[in-house]
Write a protein that binds this ligand. Structure first.
Ligand SMILES: *Cc1c(COP(=O)(O)O)cnc(C)c1O
Length: 371
């Protein structure tokens, strides 16, 4: 069998047609009409008032932190088990990330640990919906309300994912999505900030485009960025959004197929297919090796790569990142669940292009390497 890459996107809708429209009309920059169409389309889909398209999900987080005007010395509670973009957006502004361990079953942040970490400096809780399951939002909403905290919601992996019937991306004071090719819908590179707050939206729009003053272009009262999304990216996004339900249905089916193939292997922890508040949407199909397995995630990935299966390791916890250690952050902190997930977790090909036959082959290879 040919090598199975960890992700292959699906681009078989109107992508080409809309891209041709960009070329034919010459509208390729962020000024083109697809950008607005994509922003409005996503905002309507998620149920938010405003969407601000940007060039990737990581800078969407930067923009969210900027818009909330978080300052040096402020604290934000967040999971240690996530992508570095979440912590980087805080650390770059001198905001202190205060970490929470992961839940051993859902792999999302353990919301029962949040309240103990609140101090007089806490300004926000950053929630990150991981790998296809949402964070337990009732608990987070309740804590945020009682302590007057903002919620920064990272829904980069969670387009269309529902918590008790409400779409992710709809929970934050300010929320973000990513459209990297391994997300449920893609623009190649791309991201969006979502909010219902007009002031926050205005700040995002301004900081996305260098903070040109409204009265005079090239005159600046604040220091902004160029985080703009191009019309080319948005054209792909509009086409992808037309197909989102199909994409999500494929992801669910893919996850269920893996569940059936791998169910009952004793040395492997699989994702839960549902919790009391959500159905798993399987952004990727992850698994965690039991302590008894004589190799870790990297070992498993090497063995599977030899058999033609492309995998990726799970995130590596923020408190163990050399870059943060060098800055004197998180010294002496330990989060055992996240550490275990970081060492022993990985995911298998989960892109929209994976076939049933490939899933069977991949499952066989996993069984074989585990003996
Ligand atoms: C992919 C991802 C991001 C970053 O998005 P990019 O578009 O790749 O910058 C942020 N947070 C999470 C949880 C992600 O999975």
């Amino acid at each position: 069998m040919e090598f199975i890459p960890v992700n292959t996107p699906l681009l078989d809708g109107n992508e080409k047609k809309y891209l041709e429209e960009c070329i034919d009309t010459g509208w390729i920059s962020s000024e083109g009409a697809f950008v607005k169409r994509f922003e409005e389309g996503i905002a309507a889909y998620v149920g938010r008032k405003y969407g601000v398209a940007v060039c990737n999900g990581s800078v969407a987080l930067d923009l969210a932190v900027e818009a909330l005007q978080l300052q040096k010395g402020d604290e934000v509670i967040m999971p240690t088990f996530t992508i570095i973009s979440c912590a980087a957006a805080l650390v770059r502004r001198g905001v202190k990330p205060v970490l929470i361990d992961a839940d051993p079953v859902t792999w999302n942040m353990d919301v029962s640990q949040i309240e103990d970490k609140i101090t007089a400096h806490t300004k926000a809780i950053m929630v990150v919906h991981l790998y296809g399951l949402p964070v337990n939002m009732d608990v987070v909403n309740d804590i945020a309300k009682r302590h007057h905290l903002h919620i920064i919601e990272d829904g980069a992996e969670a387009h269309g994912l529902e918590y008790k019937g409400k779409k992710c991306g709809g929970f934050g004071t300010i929320s973000i999505l990513s459209f990297y090719p391994n997300k449920h819908i893609t623009t190649g590179e791309g991201g969006m900030v979502l909010t219902d707050d007009e002031t926050l939206k205005e700040r995002c729009v301004s900081f996305r485009n260098l903070c040109h003053s409204k009265e005079r272009r090239f005159y600046h009262e604040d220091l902004g960025y160029n985080f703009r999304m191009s019309n080319i990216q948005a054209a792909v996004g509009v086409a992808q959004l037309e197909r989102i339900e199909e994409h999500l249905e494929k992801k669910r089916a893919l996850g269920q197929a893996y569940q059936e193939e791998l169910n009952g292997i004793s040395k492997l922890q699989l994702p839960v297919s549902e919790t009391e508040y959500a159905q798993n949407l399987y952004w990727v199909f992850g698994m965690v090796l039991d302590q008894g397995v004589p190799f870790d995630a990297i070992g498993a990935m090497e063995r599977l790569a030899d058999r033609g299966v492309g995998c990726r390791p799970f995130f590596y916890p923020m408190h163990l990142q050399p870059v943060f250690r060098k800055m004197g952050l998180f010294v002496g902190e330990s989060y055992p669940i996240a550490e275990r997930l970081g060492e022993r977790g990985f995911y298998v090909p989960s892109g929209l292009g994976v076939t049933e036959e490939q899933i069977q082959y991949i499952a066989e290879q996993i069984k074989e390497i585990l003996g």
